[in-house]
Design a protein around this ligand. Sequence first.
Ligand code: DC
Length: 244
Amino acid sequence: MPYLRARMNKILAKPIIIAVDGFASCGKSTLAKDLAKALNYIYVDTGAMYRSVTLYCMENKVDIADPKAIDAALQAINIRFERATEDASLRVLLNDRDVTFDIRTDAVNAKVSDVATIGAVREAMVKQQHTYGVDKGLTMDGRDIGTVVFPEAELKLFVTASTDVRTQRRYDEMIAKGMEADFELIKANLLERDRIDSGRAISPLRRAEDAVLIDNSDLSRQQQLEVALRLAELAAKGGSDLSE
Ligand code: DC
């Protein structure tokens, strides 16, 4: 992609934090990753953290309704991100085991929103997420980054796309990976996750007042990146009212 190459290691006026929030499968991870690459920033996928906790609870038969069991599980969980040496892709390590693929199964998809409603889990994840922002130069994607984790982020993006576009993207992704895929089932799962994520009592998914809305239903990956990079340039120069 010539555009991505041309924009590689773009230097902003100062390092900033870019919070990227949005619904399931709306392309926010793609955007946050592309931004990190273009700006030479750290990228953190907070969904992967909630997924790792979920996988741990499933594998260790943790009763997620029992606060003591959750506390013990959180004590025993160590989540790290690492760059693969071969292709520089980001790996997720749960207690030193590579779970990059294991956290993306249907079984984890079906449980993760429930685990993400637990206050103690969110507290532990947010605490770790704060450590990544110390030196700025960070893009982080999730559901509560602009509202709870980094409400002071210089740039907040709220990414969205129509339900059918999101379903089709997830469908294509699964087919490309050789997985079985059912459009209506995927759509129902996405809508159910959106419902739980937006309706939970603690840190529900919502657009921060000062977040810029990017509807990428009709945008290519490059166009989306171009829009976000322009906003990042403005934000780093101290631009206000970016959401207007
Ligand atoms: O982005 P994702 O699909 O990998 O996220 C997995 C789940 O984790 C999703 O149901 C919402 C939850 N999540 C959250 O509650 N807060 C975040 N910051 C990130 C993800």
